[in-house]
Write a protein that binds this ligand. Structure first.
Ligand SMILES: [Zn+2]
Length: 69
């Protein structure tokens, strides 16, 4: 969970605006909001794990594990 940069409370993901979805093809951004009423921070965070190209590489198993038997 991504912490709030201001109050360190856990942030909640919210839907992005259309412009921000296009931006996320270049830089994988997600929009977050802080539910702390004293803080109410919201904004974009860069989340490289969520990138459509970079994110899939980590799902591949390393070579040859299933042939070991
Ligand atoms: Zn906060």
């Amino acid at each position: 969970m991504t912490p709030c940069p201001t109050c360190k409370q856990p942030l909640h993901r919210v839907h992005r605006k259309p412009l921000e979805r296009k931006l996320s093809y270049v830089v994988p951004v997600q929009r977050f909001i802080c539910y702390n009423h004293a803080c109410r921070w919201q904004g974009l965070r860069v989340v490289w794990k969520a990138h459509p190209l970079l994110g899939t590489k980590q799902d591949r198993p390393s070579k040859g594990n299933q042939e070991a038997s």
